[in-house]
Design a protein around this ligand. Structure first.
Ligand SMILES: [Zn+2]
Length: 462
């Protein structure tokens, strides 16, 4: 009888270990914020990862019984969240950070940024500017950024070297740019870039016509056609300033959104940054179209552009993500924790209503809703089986994060980028204990100082 008992237990043990499926990595955390459709928050949770994707997620006991892995990460005092998404930036401009602030957009562009770009933006500048930006983004919990700049193949190369995910948009603009003298040349560069990065695991190549006011109809239609041929999204600045709104109305007799709509720009995936001056009629044109809006509260405040109609857009079912915009003259950092906080507070003060945008909604905009705005919700934005293993662990014991009553309030109003402890992108751990595993600090510091020197002296030249 006793023998039978022992063998029964042995049998049960063997069958349970046989049932345990293989995984590459098991991650255990105090709290897991999934951002799935049910907004499940799992206490004492675990994730099983195979390759770059999540196999399973649930209570720790269940996941540990079902999966076995060689590697494990344990966060008994960690809050694990989906990686934050920076929906709009110009990453290489990190090397122009603080060059000319507290000016109007026109003064800043015409007298500082355009001359500085003409004299300094090279493939090397773009590569190192992006590496600097990627380091700052990863260390503050951002796992994807949407970029719009020149020499975008260097942005993509830097993102890949850093291990961060990117939607990289090759800029198309009517006037001569650092990487192309004409829009035709820019379109050819964009096409070569789309071919080069087709099917890449980290980089989505995109076409980025800068804006309506910097491109004509033929160029914009050519951008749309090119993006459609490669199944790529289009990135554009839309209705950022009142000046843009009134000038375009004078030129075309319609709002920028109405013009772009008439040219068929909203029929296929498009990611529009800002939308500050979109009217209700403009927003009606965007609804039920494959268009996402990216709200950049820090930039809109710093450049005094205005306040985007975030509530009116979301009421219409238009997905709204968050972005930092460029780090020179319009932010000046890459911190999504700051943007979540600003997004919520800017809507509250504008509408004189503390419920205008909740912490829960601001957090969604930086994660799953942002992913929908990018058309990438099947891949990223929440922690669910089948999605990419892109996650961030926050230190739940930090002084600015205790005690904890409301998780989303804490995430948006109390946690800072500096509370980020570990970061994984695409199944690869990139940040551990608040440090980049690929330690490029000394090299980035040297490059930043070198480029500062050349930028400074280039502006003194007449
Ligand atoms: Zn921008």
């Amino acid at each position: 009888m006793r023998l039978f008992h022992v063998s029964l237990w042995l049998l049960l043990f063997l069958s349970s270990s046989l049932r345990a499926a293989p995984a590459d990595i098991l991650v255990r955390a105090k709290t897991i914020v999934t951002m799935d459709a049910a907004r499940r928050v799992i206490e004492d949770g675990a994730i099983a990862i195979a390759g770059s994707r999540i196999l399973a997620i649930g209570p720790r006991a269940e996941i540990e019984a079902a999966y076995k892995a060689e590697r494990a990460f344990d966060y008994p005092e960690g809050i694990l969240i989906p990686g934050l998404l920076n929906g709009h930036t110009h990453a290489p401009m990190s090397l122009f950070r603080g060059l000319a602030d507290d000016r109007t957009l026109e003064d800043w562009l015409q007298n500082f940024i355009f001359p500085a770009e003409a004299r300094n933006v090279t493939p090397q500048f773009v590569y190192w500017g992006t590496r600097l930006a990627a380091a700052e983004m990863l260390l503050s919990g951002t796992t994807l950024f949407v970029d719009m700049y020149y020499f975008e193949e260097e942005v993509a190369r830097a993102a890949t070297d850093a291990g961060i995910r990117a939607v990289a948009g090759q800029t198309v603009i009517q006037f001569p740019a650092p990487d192309a003298k004409t829009p035709r040349e820019a379109l050819a560069r964009a096409e070569a870039f789309l071919k080069q990065y087709a099917g890449h695991p980290l980089v989505v190549a995109a076409v980025a016509p800068h804006a309506l006011y910097t491109n004509d109809e033929a160029t914009l239609r050519a951008c749309r056609a090119l993006a459609d041929r490669y199944d790529a999204p289009l990135l554009i600045h839309l209705s950022e300033t009142q000046k843009e709104q009134t000038e375009m109305h004078a030129r075309y007799g319609k709002t920028p959104a109405a013009v772009l709509n008439a040219w068929g720009m909203f029929e296929k995936p498009l990611i529009a940054a800002h939308g500050v001056w979109l009217s209700n009629a403009d927003l009606d044109l965007l609804r039920n179209k494959p268009v996402g809006l990216i709200h950049n509260p820090g930039s809109n405040m710093m450049l005094a552009s205005g306040v985007a109609p975030v509530g009116a857009a979301r009421e219409r079912g238009i997905p709204v993500g968050l972005g930092t915009d460029g780090p020179a003259g319009s932010n000046n950092d890459f911190n999504l924790f700051e943007e979540m906080d600003l997004a919520a507070k800017l809507q509250k003060v504008t509408h004189k209503d503390p419920a205008a945008l909740s912490a829960r909604d601001a957090f969604a905009m930086a994660t799953i809703e942002g992913a929908r705005a990018l058309g990438m919700e099947k891949e990223i934005g929440s922690l669910e089986p089948g999605k990419r293993a892109d996650w961030v662990v926050l230190d739940a014991t930090a002084f600015n994060a205790i005690p904890l009553y409301d998780l989303y309030s804490q995430l948006v109003y109390a946690f800072k980028g500096a509370n980020v402890r570990d970061v994984m992108v695409n199944g690869v751990l990139l940040v551990q204990n608040g440090k980049l595993l690929n330690d490029v600090h000394a090299e980035l510091l040297r490059k930043a100082r070198e480029f500062r020197q050349t930028v400074q002296s280039s502006l003194q030249r007449k």
